[in-house]
Design a binder for this molecule. Structure first.
Ligand SMILES: NC(=O)c1ccc[n+]([C@@H]2O[C@H](COP(=O)([O-])OP(=O)(O)OC[C@H]3O[C@@H](n4cnc5c(N)ncnc54)[C@H](O)[C@@H]3O)[C@@H](O)[C@H]2O)c1
Length: 243
């Protein structure tokens, strides 16, 4: 049985991804800073397969190393890493954007994608196989007003995905990212109503997406069926982005 490690998986899109990967037959580690929520989600999903919680702050390299060690104590390898954890951060125009908040958003959304990828890569390289799936955002392609830190961090995730994918393209490791438009999760409660309305108004399907729809795309990216795509940016935006 293959093992998937999903960050920020205690709720929202991450939890939907865990649910789907369990149904696909993976053993899944729910890694989240919310220890109690991760434990609760793991026990709720236990009927679907082998699933276990790991407390981690992905902005801390020690914590990331310990997360990977804990998975490897229990499972022989990490076949799939889904870098899903992310925060919206404060919504404010650039002239008012607090420097500390900028750093916090970049730390969680971008630095940590590098830390977690770096931590699982040695095992993947040694085995000559692995999949890394990064959850970016449409805002990384288009830029959303008042969300400069978030948009920049997600653009960074897209760039990181492409760079890493090319580094390991001949070594059996596939690295892709996806760019959801607005998806119905608790992350939206961190945004202003104005920001959410702005985003929905830009979606031709005129609705928000569901976490399960994102999970279905991740399921394919984690599967053997995805065999000739790497460094790619997969759109899931109800038609908002046609590129
Ligand atoms: N919801 C959307 O509309 C939307 C759209 C595009 C992209 N995304 C991206 O999808 C991903 C998941 O979003 P969501 O809507 O499910 O968010 P969410 O807020 O519902 O869940 C995020 C999870 O990440 C965890 N987390 C936060 N900081 C962490 C840290 N330092 N270490 C470990 N875990 C941490 C939280 O505890 C939480 O469980 C994020 O990367 C987000 O940017 C979301």
């Amino acid at each position: 049985m293959k093992t998937a490690l999903v960050t920020g998986a205690a709720r929202g899109i991450g939890k939907a991804i865990v649910t789907r990967l369990l149904k696909d037959g993976f053993a899944v580690a729910i890694a989240d800073i919310g220890e109690a929520a991760a434990r609760k989600s793991a026990s709720e999903l236990a009927n679907l397969g082998e699933v276990f919680p790991i407390a981690v702050d992905i902005t801390n390299t020690e914590s990331v190393r310990s997360m990977v060690d804990q998975v490897l104590e229990r499972r022989s390898a990490i076949h799939v890493l889904v870098n899903n954890a992310g925060i919206g951060g404060k919504a404010a125009p650039v002239v008012e954007y607090p420097e500390q908040e900028w750093r916090r958003v970049l730390a969680v959304n971008l630095d940590a994608v590098f830390y977690c990828s770096k931590a699982v890569l040695p095992g993947m390289l040694a085995r000559g196989s692995g999949r890394i799936i990064n959850i970016a955002s449409i805002s990384g392609k288009e830029g959303n007003p008042s969300m400069s830190a978030y948009s920049s961090s997600k653009a960074g995730v897209i760039g990181f995905t492409k760079a890493l994918a090319k580094e390991v393209a001949t070594q059996g490791i596939y690295v892709n990212c996806i760019t959801p438009a607005v998806i119905e999760t608790e992350l939206l409660t961190q945004l202003t109503e104005e920001a959410v309305n702005y985003m929905v108004a830009k979606i031709p399907m005129n609705r928000v997406g569901k976490p399960e729809e994102v999970a279905a795309l991740v399921s394919w990216l984690a599967s053997e069926e995805c065999s000739f795509s790497t460094g790619a940016v997969f759109d899931i935006s109800g038609g908002r982005a046609t590129y």
